[in-house]
Design a protein around this ligand. Structure first.
Ligand code: NDP
Length: 314
């Protein structure tokens, strides 16, 4: 175990990236401390069944998968702690972080694996049907909507990608776009237009969702606020949010280089950030793949990068 307020390796975040980094760092004798944050287990704990993580031929629930990774990290001695990081000082070495209980911790290396949070519309119904028709990940949950009707909200590349993915599973896909155009790249727009079972509903907003136990439909409004405003119900079994993700990086902004969307910039083919000894893994540095397995892979890389950094330092 590490001393309570110093460590050779601090890992922030408890998704697949954080726990995998903890497994590798522990086995490399770095005695890591991992802060689990507000949502131990991360985004996967909000999905139901995970069927695309290698090694689980029968599938596994998101919560069980994360508990397995957590136990594996504990088995090698990772010091898992509850709390969030409220401030950092990366202008000095050792690197300093402040924990939510007000205490401070000094670390030789920091692996940031704080993930990203899918944006939701903010409708009360989204909470009500989460996991029962409402999802923010087509790759995770699309399989459950084979031959069913689904809607995707958003007009960017993610929304088009999710709609295209779902169009190969679902019978009909409605793309709900609030403007009269798609923001997505031309190539994505063309692919969407070429699919017979994707129906783009322009100038449309979602006002609510309905259904007995599971989702049965969405209440939509077309041309809101205009003379031709029209309200109608769209029967669907699945409602997918694709209006963007917010990387959880605010606390690092004063020191760490971020791209325009707030994701951490890493040096090509590594997990190195602009600050020596600070590494980034998982969705916090990846707006492109955002899969549990890719996050786990980058968590492994971050631990190896941290170990190499410490070896070279010593
Ligand atoms: P974007 O920010 O590009 O698009 C978000 C979409 O959601 C926009 O159409 C936006 O509408 C809509 N939206 C936002 N808030 C609301 C709301 N409250 N109600 C209804 N609609 C809303 O996010 P993406 O996740 O699509 O993409 C993020 C970045 O990742 C982009 O740079 C994208 O190009 C990139 N990306 C690249 C991919 C690839 O190259 N294969 C795949 C996926 C993403 P509006 O247009 O009206 O603002």
């Amino acid at each position: 175990m590490s001393d309570t307020n110093t460590t050779r390796c601090l890992i922030i975040g408890s998704g697949p990236a954080g726990y995998t980094a903890a497994i590798y760092a522990s086995r490399a004798n770095l005695n890591p401390i991992l802060y689990e944050g507000l949502q131990p287990g991360g985004q996967l704990t909000t999905t139901t069944e995970v069927e695309n993580f290698p090694g689980y031929p029968q599938g596994i629930t998101g919560t069980a998968l994360m508990e397995d990774l957590r136990q594996q990290a504990k088995r090698f001695g990772a010091d898992l702690r509850t709390g969030i990081i409220t401030a950092v000082d990366f202008s000095r070495h050792p690197l300093e972080v402040t924990i939510s209980d007000g205490s401070k911790l000094l670390a030789d290396t920091v692996i940031i694996a704080t993930g990203a949070t899918a944006k939701y519309l903010g409708l009360p119904d989204e909470e009500k049907y989460k996991g029962m028709g409402v999802s923010a990940c087509a790759t995770c949950d699309g399989f459950f909507y084979r031959k069913k009707k689904v809607a995707v909200v958003g007009g960017g590349d993610t929304a088009c990608e999710e709609a295209l993915y779902l169009s190969n599973l679902a019978s009909e896909v409605y793309l709900i776009v609030r403007k009269d155009y798609l923001r997505a790249s031309k190539v994505m727009q063309r692919r969407v237009a070429e699919k017979d079972n994707i129906h783009v509903l322009f100038n449309t907003n979602t006002e609510g969702l309905y259904g007995e136990d599971f989702l049965e439909g969405a209440r939509l409004v077309e041309y809101r606020g205009l003379p031709q405003e029209r309200h109608y119900d769209l029967p669907i079994d699945g409602f997918f949010l694709a209006i963007g993700h917010q990387p959880n990086t605010e606390v690092f902004r004063p020191y760490i280089d971020l791209d325009e969307a707030g994701y951490i910039k890493t040096q090509p083919d590594t997990t190195l950030t602009n600050v020596a000894g600070v590494f980034a893994a998982g969705d916090v540095a990846d707006h492109r793949y955002r899969q549990a397995i890719t996050a786990a892979g980058s968590g492994c890389k971050a631990a190896l990068d941290a170990e190499k950094y410490l070896t070279e330092l010593e």
